[in-house]
Write a protein that binds this ligand. Structure first.
Ligand code: ADP
Length: 755
């Protein structure tokens, strides 16, 4: 063994064995490591390389038995060469897999066959051992260099230190095995070779561990990065979800429609509700969660028993219209509702959209009421007209009897009672006629404030007597409206009386507020009391004629219906409102009409006014020359009564029961005054007037018309166009006298001029 720079490499044979053993053990370390890595990383090339190391271990083990410098049996030599072949093959195969190359198994098999054949030939037929081993160990060396190249590439790609170390380790190991056949000449070199290979194998093992650790760390880092990225994405998503949820919550909360979400069980428990819903239920800021929606729904008796399951309830709430909602303070609000099933917190739920119907329902109700009242009005009008004539006859004759006959005092007293009652009946008929009016009376520009003040003045005594505190809140800048002042006054008299009557039943203090104000296009007056109020179930009925809750004698049930009829005729509205603090509030609205476009009204003539006024110039018994008076009325009794009155007044009556008959008579004879009914069969008063105008023009001015139908527009305009005097049935004796006097004075005919 040569000496190098003072170092001696000559070792004993035992040293060779020790080096072999160390190499063997290091190989087992590699085998174990590669099997473990395969198990751990599931990479196939680790198994293949583990197989290579196994064969390498086998080769070393076979080398252990024999002295390397002595002759070894050929079979052992052959087996050792085969092991080395296998090592080379598995290393190449493993590196191919490492590079992701599949490699042909057939080629691999053929190559193996060639190597084993070569080994066989080399063992048995070759003299030189070097000649035989050189190509085989060169193959191992090349395989190892190839692996070194692979790891070098890997190192370039991934910058792993372990890959660099492995590249270096396999490079040295490969070179070492290429040199191996040349080192077989001396025992020292052989021992040294085994030792170097042991060190290189341990180096490869450690490098492999370093690489796997680095890979693991890289995988972890990647995973960590992915987790951080996912976390950042999740945070973004969460904040998006949160802002979307906030947006939807704001939309939900601020929606003008009331929205309620309830459970779908039998309770219909409220899970969510928005501000509009809280307002509608009258809850203020109370969340009202967990309350049942059912407690806010007012049911009729029939539904109370009919509604059992939640489905029936939902169906009722969504389809019944109007639905009566009971607010927290007990007030009833008509609503309509729609609904849809939804999912709430992963459970089935029901969503309701509630819509307050107050304004619409109000208008619908007013329309229905107007229709009903109009039908009733027609009926009442007919009845009243039919009653009017008999009333006129009864009253007239009573007057005649009472005025001009000597009666026993008892009879007179009885008759006066009859007169009183007939007067009451006549008033009722007048009321009916007022209710059935088809057009408002003549109108003028009026201020609502003045009317209200006048009514208060009229009822001041009653208000003070009842101990009612009166509050007047009258808008000073209230525009005028056009109305028949007497009728509007009647409306407020009705409202005031009702309020006073209602408050009698309520505990003190009693308070009556009269307010006027401008609202959009209308002047509005409200009459509000703190009496017991009107129960919700009666609200729809109060404007019906004859509807009253008062005891017999206290109310006729006509007040509000007449008020309604008057206000509607003025193109206004009257309605009841339920003040939150209780009591009743009636609102009257009339259109604002400026003075410039004021129509002139229906032109009540001086003559008509005079006819209805008490005579101021002429005393009833002033001497008048007897006039020839023609009475034309298809109602014989009225004709007779008028004849009798005319007779009492000292004139000469002639009675006709038809206009035709009267015309015939007029052709033959002259009359000073004519009383003519307007409504007559065949020829009515209007045609009669035209005929007379043609026949005797001067006489046409002396016709006094009789009518029980002053509310009829046609009649009114006819009377206005003639300008003649008229008498409304039932008339009084004094009316007949006044009318006669006026005609005789204003349109005298020869010999009939009053003195
Ligand atoms: P009457 O007063 O003759 O009964 P109305 O038509 O004027 O007839 O009124 C009808 C009903 O309306 C009354 O019977 C009463 O029940 C009710 N009503 C009217 N005004 C009020 C009020 N201010 N407070 C309470 N109830 C009222």
């Amino acid at each position: 063994m040569p000496e190098l720079s003072g170092f001696s490499f000559s070792y004993a044979g035992d040293y060779l064995k020790a080096a072999l053993l160390v190499s063997l053990m290091s190989v087992w370390v590699l085998v174990a490591l590669f099997f473990y890595l395969n198990h751990y990383t599931k990479r196939r090339y680790f198994t293949i390389w583990a197989a290579a190391w196994l064969f390498y271990a086998l080769w070393l083990t076979l080398s252990l038995r024999y002295d390397p410098l002595e002759a070894v049996p050929d079979l052992v030599v052959l087996m050792r060469l085969w092991c080395v072949n296998a090592v080379a093959l598995f290393l190449i195969w493993g590196s191919a897999r490492f590079l992701g190359q599949r490699g042909s198994q057939r080629l691999f098999g053929l190559f193996m066959l060639f190597l084993f054949t070569w080994s066989y030939v080399g063992t048995y037929h070759m003299d030189s051992r070097l000649q035989c081993e050189l190509p085989i160990f060169s193959l191992i060396g090349l395989a190892s260099l190839r692996i070194s190249w692979c790891f070098f590439g890997y190192r370039q790609k991934r910058r792993y230190i372990g890959a660099g170390l492995l590249s270096f380790g396999f490079l040295l190991w490969g070179l070492h095995h290429i040199a191996h056949p040349f080192l077989q000449t001396s025992e020292d070199f052989i021992g040294m070779g085994y030792f170097i290979s042991a060190v290189l194998q341990l180096f490869i093992a450690v490098s492999m561990i370093v690489l796997v650790l680095e890979e693991a760390r890289a995988v972890h880092q990647q995973a960590f990065q992915q987790i951080s990225t996912h976390r950042a994405e999740r945070d973004v998503m969460q904040s998006r979800v949160k802002s979307t949820e906030e947006r939807f919550r704001t939309l939900f909360e601020q929606a003008s429609e009331a929205i309620i979400i309830t459970t779908l069980d039998n309770d219909l428990r409220i899970l969510e509700l928005n501000a509009a819903a809280r307002r509608l239920l009258g809850l203020g800021s109370d969340p009202a969660l967990d309350l049942s929606l059912k407690r806010f729904i007012a049911l009729g008796e029939r539904q109370q028993t009919a509604l059992r399951s939640s489905a029936e309830w939902v169906d009722y709430i969504c389809h019944h219209r109007p639905l009566n909602l009971v607010q927290k303070n007990g007030a009833i609000v008509p609503i309509e509702s729609a609904g849809a099933p939804v999912s709430y917190a992963d459970s089935p739920a029901q969503q309701f959209f509630l819509h307050e119907l107050t304004e619409r329902a109000h208008l619908e109700q007013q329309l229905r009421q107007a229709e009903k009242l109009s039908a009733l009005g027609q009926m009442i009008s007919g009845v009243a007209h039919e009653l009017n004539n008999p009333m006129a006859v009864i009253k007239g004759y009573l007057e005649v009897i009472l005025a001009h006959h000597n009666l026993r005092p008892e009879t007179r007293a009885d008759l006066e009672k009859v007169a009183q009652e007939s007067e009451r009946a006549a008033k009722l008929v007048k009321n009916f006629l007022a209710f059935a009016r088809e057009k408002p009376s003549p109108q003028e520009m009026v201020g609502l404030n003045e009317i209200v003040r006048r009514v208060v003045e009229l009822r001041k005594f009653a208000i003070t007597l009842a101990g009612v505190e009166l509050v007047l809140e009258l808008d000073k800048n209230l525009p005028n409206t056009q109305a028949a002042p007497d009728q509007i006054q009647q409306v407020f008299v009705v409202l005031l009386n009702n309020a006073l009557q209602a408050m009698v039943e309520a505990p003190l203090p009693h308070r009556l507020v009269l307010r006027t104000q401008v609202r959009e296009q209308v002047v509005q007056a409200t009459v509000e009391d703190n009496g017991p109020g009107i129960p919700p179930h009666l609200e729809n009925r109060i404007f019906e004629p004859f509807f009253t809750t008062k005891q017999v004698g206290n109310g006729t049930g006509l007040g509000l219906s007449i008020a309604h009829s008057i206000v509607t005729d003025h193109r206004g509205r009257i309605y009841h409102q339920r003040p939150p603090q209780g009591g009743a509030r009636f609102v009257v609205e009339l259109p604002i009409i400026s003075a410039t476009n004021t129509p002139t009204g229906d032109g009540e003539t001086a003559a008509q006014v005079t006819a209805s006024k008490k005579p101021d110039s002429q005393p009833p018994n002033s001497p008048v020359k007897a006039a020839q008076v023609l009475v034309v009325d298809d109602e014989r009794l009225i004709g007779d009564l008028l004849g009798e009155i005319v007779d009492i007044l000292g004139h000469k009556p002639t009675i006709c029961i038809s206009a035709m008959e009267a015309l015939d008579l007029l052709a033959e004879q002259d009359f000073d005054v004519i009383f003519s009914d307007i409504r007559m069969p065949v020829m009515d008063g209007q045609r009669f007037y035209r005929e007379v105008s043609q026949l005797k023009p001067s006489l046409s001015r002396r016709i006094i018309f009789l009518t029980g139908d002053l509310v009829n527009e046609e009649t009114r305009s006819f009377l206005t166009s003639t300008g003649n005097i008229y008498l409304a049935k039932p008339f009084q004796l004094s009316n007949v006298q006044d009318a006669l006097l006026q005609v005789l004075r204003e349109h005298p005919s020869d010999g009939t001029i009053p003195a």
